[in-house]
Design a binder for this molecule. Structure first.
Ligand code: SF4
Length: 109
């Protein structure tokens, strides 16, 4: 079937149009995956680029699996303003009050 003779498919995509559509789908997919990941983790306090290697090596998570061991109760945490985020001395950046990492240490009373 030849689309030019009127008997074939009347819908033709140019290479440029095809590439634009593929790029749109790819970017949309990446945004969707990142949104789903952030939602699953809870409050999104951390800058994704900020010390990401250290966060990964210390298994930092925005939602602690243990309610008794959260960043809010850690000696290295200082509260921030709003959004349930604060600052961690170990990670050197923003963390969630309800987060946790392997360096969790209780506040001394
Ligand atoms: S050391 Fe870990 S548990 Fe403590 S505030 Fe930082 S990220 Fe949270």
């Amino acid at each position: 079937m030849n689309p030019k003779d009127g008997n074939g498919c009347a819908f033709r995509w140019s290479r440029r149009r095809l590439m634009q559509s593929a790029l749109t789908v790819a970017v949309g997919g990446m945004v969707f995956v990142e949104t789903q990941r952030s939602t699953a983790l809870g409050a999104d306090c951390a800058d994704k680029e900020e010390q990401s290697g250290l966060r990964e090596s210390l298994h930092y998570t925005e939602k602690s699996p243990d309610a008794k061991q959260t960043c809010q109760g850690c000696a290295f945490f200082s509260a921030g303003e709003g959004k349930q985020c604060g600052h961690c001395q170990i990670l050197g950046g923003s963390v969630s009050e309800g987060g946790r990492c392997d360096s969790w240490s209780p506040v001394q009373k």
